[in-house]
Design a protein around this ligand. Sequence first.
Ligand code: ADP
Ligand code: MG
Length: 400
Amino acid sequence: MKEFNGPLHKKYYYIIVLFIIILMLAGLLVDNPVNSRFAVHGVMIAIISICLLVYPWYENAWMRYMTVISSTGYFYILFYLYPETWAEFVLLCFIPALSILFFDKRLFYFSLVINLAFILFTFGYIGFVDKGQDYPYIYTDLVGNVVNFLASQVLLYFIFHLTNLRIQKQRVYYEQIQHAERMRTTGQLAAAVAHEIRNPLTVVNGFLQFYMEDSAFSQSQKQNFSLMINELDTAEHVISQFLSVSKPEKGGKVDNVDVEQVLQDVTELLNMYGLLNDNSIDLNVENDCHVAANSIELKQLFINLIKNAIEASPHSGSVKVKAFKVKGHVWIQIIDKGRGMSKEEVKNLGTPFYSLKSKGTGLGLMICFNIVEKYNGNIQFDSGPGDGTTVTLKFPLVPN
Ligand code: ADP
Ligand code: MG
């Protein structure tokens, strides 16, 4: 019930809860003789009221389960205490609806299950013990009532399931919009800065090259120049990568690319890189996985992802690369058993300059996201801290 967070909303919560308590008390006090039945009923009301009143302070799973269990108990106890009240049966059917308020999938299923267990017991009792003495209205058509009950549970399940799906879809959509927005603003800003930095770099680089040829400088000075040129080249490389994202190359040829071929080239190239840390790449590709893309960009995409997987892997760990066809799509998976990432880290992936490596640029994944989008693909990260990471790419399959 996150909707009730914040002081104003809490006020509404308490108004609603108070209303519920008043209704329960009315049920207890109006026209009800004071006896043991009255006492049990009163105790149940007290338990539920306490659960509802303290819930905002201890908003945890325990409290939610307690609330659901005590409310279920409450309705069933009322059913047994007042057999003459017909409408009670309808309330039993709708008990799981209570947990929809908390929007907790497990709690909802839990509620469905305990309700089912209770009702089985109740129908059993009415059918074999009571035999219509106290509950004639249920006994006369026991089968019909069982069917009614089941129908109501199925209905509740669908309501919950569909609402849940819709909310999840909206959440994903919202995250995508946020991501796109962040990419756009930071991308534009950084591209502008990058462009301005490039010119002075080129000038300095030019002068250094010129001095390299000049005999007036000593050999050790020239060695320093060479280092400086190297560093400038690195900077230039980062900027070019960056600009290629904000202004994607026009005219990059789109071919029918054999994923197997590209992956073989890439693994050959990266095997040397992996050997540095005794990592190996394990390639497994189904035949005829073809996609429509520019082969150079596809290579760039795979290199970035496999390189990240190698860099995350422990010493002598292996990285699995698989490609296969699923319902008109080519799936490519890059699986490592490395350090993995938390949910928060996964969320940040693709943000320019987001890197947890001392020598990382944090541009690799941003480029990957762009390439994937350009070819109508989809990229997904499944990861947990310490569990490794599985990157799944999906591209539309094209016939060979
Ligand atoms: P860089 O590799 O230069 O740091 P990337 O954009 O390629 O930049 O990656 C950004 C960050 O995402 C990395 O610094 C790393 O923390 C995280 N990351 C990416 N892939 C993985 C992976 N397979 N396992 C763990 N962390 C990863
Ligand atoms: Mg990287």
